[in-house]
Design a protein around this ligand. Structure first.
Ligand SMILES: [Fe+2]
Length: 243
């Protein structure tokens, strides 16, 4: 089915996707192993060599780290057993932790699932603008975690020039824009802000945030977007250094 998609290698400079929801049957991500395999095959055609899985940890999807690790091991076995060749390596299981009042996950939890280098991918509520957990950030940073804020361009209440953004950047929090934002997948404002963060050198990472085949279809379109191709040539991202 993916022979229909042009092999573009657009995202080869990134090499690593560090944000996606392809653990089968978990949260609102891929529904089964077959869908995950389809998604991975497509990701290979646009240049990805490695994929890190980041299931949600939030009130709506109260995943449990030990269960997630078991499911990850099962997926690795299923991929091996599928005999599929040329897929990106599914290299790491981490999480996307939502910091909001409904899920006040306090520091001290020692089994949080991080990206390599003790990097913790976190997000905020897309709607609640009354909560900026600066103190929780500080506690995690003190404990040696390096924080990466997922898709800053998607929060309607957060702007590039806001004091909250400045405060987070001053604390050393890295940002990760969603690639699909750059093709208008989430609307005009996330698109504009996504470019803005990147042009200002404020997005150290890019992620696909792939959930399923609908996202993959959008990723394939984005791979052929000239503006996105130019941006990837012009700016350096740190995805490939996550190893
Ligand atoms: Fe996500």
């Amino acid at each position: 089915m993916f022979s229909l998609f042009k092999k573009t290698e657009t995202f080869a400079p990134l090499a690593v996707d560090m944000h996606c929801h392809l653990l089968p049957g978990v949260d609102d991500g891929s529904s089964n192993t077959e869908e995950t395999l389809h998604c991975l095959k497509a990701m290979a055609t646009v240049g990805y060599k490695k994929v890190f899985l980041t299931p949600h940890f939030q009130a709506r999807y109260p995943n449990n780290e030990e269960d997630i690790k078991r499911r990850f091991a099962d997926l690795k076995k299923a991929i091996e057993g599928s005999g599929e060749k040329g897929l990106p390596e599914v290299a790491c299981i981490a999480g996307e932790y939502r910091f909001d009042p409904a899920f006040a996950r306090m520091p001290g939890v020692d089994n949080v699932l991080t990206l390599p280098g003790k990097r913790l991918l976190c997000e905020f509520s897309l709607h609640n603008n009354n909560y900026m957990p600066i103190e929780i950030f500080r506690d995690y940073i003190k404990m040696g975690y390096k924080l990466i804020l997922a898709h800053p361009e998607r929060y309607p209440y957060l702007n590039v020039h806001s004091t909250e953004v400045k405060e987070m950047r001053d604390m050393g929090i890295a940002f990760q824009v969603n690639i699909l934002s750059l093709n208008g997948f989430y609307g005009d404002s996330p698109k504009r802000k996504g470019f803005e963060y990147i042009e200002k050198g404020m997005s150290e990472y890019l992620g696909t945030d792939t959930h399923n085949m609908r996202y993959i279809q959008a990723l394939m379109e984005t791979a052929e977007n000239n503006e996105v191709q130019k941006l990837l040539k012009k700016h350096k991202f740190l995805n490939a250094e996550l190893a």
